[in-house]
Design a protein around this ligand. Structure first.
Ligand SMILES: C[S@@+](CC[C@H](N)C(=O)[O-])C[C@H]1O[C@@H](n2cnc3c(N)ncnc32)[C@H](O)[C@@H]1O
Length: 175
């Protein structure tokens, strides 16, 4: 379920967050925060009126993060699977998300689960919204290309293991 040997590096974290417009984002979603390497930085950078909705399945990570952010009313932490993104946003009276930052170990997931998660993300992302995912291989590329118009791939060797960063969007292509 965790799919990693150690928490992500600060270098990977910066690369993951570089394409998010924190000046305009009012709803950000994070999948699989683990120990919270990305979460802490998102919370630092996000607007005072932005909501961060976090999905973490692992009980002990969930409990620690809930404790850490209990005084920040902008942060909603759910002990639920990422595939529930649409229903959870609806429950929170949010129709759209400006960014989804995902650390989910897609390579370990069954194909149906990947497709369900990506289908829901595609539905809830705003027109210029971004789905940003890191992986240790290129095996998920075909799924991301199935659901998003644009899939940009970056790489960093400054993480253990080295990682690919996918930045996906459905913004109309400019020809
Ligand atoms: C590779 S770890 C990443 C942790 C952290 N974001 C980092 O980069 O160091 C993946 C995380 O996804 C969580 N996870 C796995 N399946 C999930 C699911 N279906 N929904 C939400 N979280 C999930 C795991 O519990 C784990 O915390």
């Amino acid at each position: 379920m965790v799919g990693a040997v150690s928490p992500s590096s600060k270098h990977l974290m910066r690369k993951m967050l570089t394409n998010i417009n924190f000046k305009t984002a009012t709803v950000i979603v994070e999948f699989g925060p683990g120990t919270g390497v990305f979460t802490r930085e998102i919370v630092q950078r996000m607007r005072p009126d932005c909501m961060l909705v976090v999905f973490e399945l692992h009980d002990s990570f969930y409990i620690k993060l809930r404790e850490e952010f209990k005084h920040d009313s902008r942060v909603i932490i759910r002990n639920e699977s990422a595939e529930h993104i649409s229903s959870v946003l609806k429950e929170l009276n949010k129709n759209q998300a400006d960014a989804v930052i995902s650390s989910l170990p897609l390579a370990n997931f069954p194909s149906e689960l990947i497709q369900t998660i990506l289908q829901h993300c595609k539905q809830v992302l705003s027109q210029n919204g971004k789905y940003i995912q890191f992986q240790y291989s290129l095996t998920s590329k075909k799924y991301l290309q199935q659901y998003f118009n644009s899939v940009q791939i970056n790489f960093t060797g400054r993480n253990i293991p080295p990682a690919f960063i996918y930045t996906c969007s459905n913004a109309p292509k400019i020809s």
